[in-house]
Ligand binder design. Structure first.
Ligand code: NI
Length: 177
């Protein structure tokens, strides 16, 4: 049975560390498979559309994500991910984070990324992502190098508390990752 894990919040040093690579030989162990299930369960329970292992105080290169709906994308597990290509176009999106309670802010990122990673079976993946999927991948991978979305904001005047967000800005999209 998957269990919910406690989430490290802004100020916890684990969110600022460089995450260690996962040894591919460990991927198919019961322990790591259970951890992946727990990570997904925690993300769904919050709810969020992405969660990185350092956010549950385990500093390894593993992220999970998934989002239903119009701009949604399939449930994805990325192990030791690398972005091998960034599209030339930049897009601005509202972002939030399960480790940063009650705040939203606008972040500008490349609109397209090509990613190489291992999946939860240890198989190689190589794919391109756009839209919310691309935003989520970049946000989650930032967690693996100790970065939070607030570090990526270029205009801090968009930093917004949740109640004011719903009052004034909700109509824009708002991934909570
Ligand atoms: Ni986050």
């Amino acid at each position: 049975m998957a269990k919910k894990l406690p989430i490290a919040k802004l100020g916890n040093p684990v969110l600022r560390q460089m995450a260690a690579k996962v040894d591919p030989r460990d991927i198919r162990t019961y322990e790591l498979q259970q951890f992946i299930d727990d990570l997904i369960e925690t993300m769904l329970d919050e709810p969020g559309i992405g969660l990185a292992a350092p956010q549950v105080s385990r500093s390894i290169q593993l992220v999970v994500m998934g989002c239903e709906g119009e701009d949604g994308f399939p449930q994805t597990v990325l192990i030791n991910p690398k972005i091998v290509f960034y599209g030339p176009k930049q897009v601005e999106n509202w972002e939030g984070c399960l480790s940063v309670d009650g705040l939203r802010g606008k972040v500008t990122r490349p609109s397209v990324v090509r990613v190489k990673a291992l999946d939860r079976d240890g198989k190689s993946m190589d794919f391109e992502a756009t839209g919310l999927y691309a935003v989520c991948i970049q946000h989650e991978m930032d967690h693996l190098i100790g970065k939070l979305f607030v570090d990526r904001m270029t205009d801090m005047s968009t930093l917004t508390q949740l109640d004011e967000f719903s009052r004034y800005w909700q109509k824009d999209s708002t991934p909570v990752i």
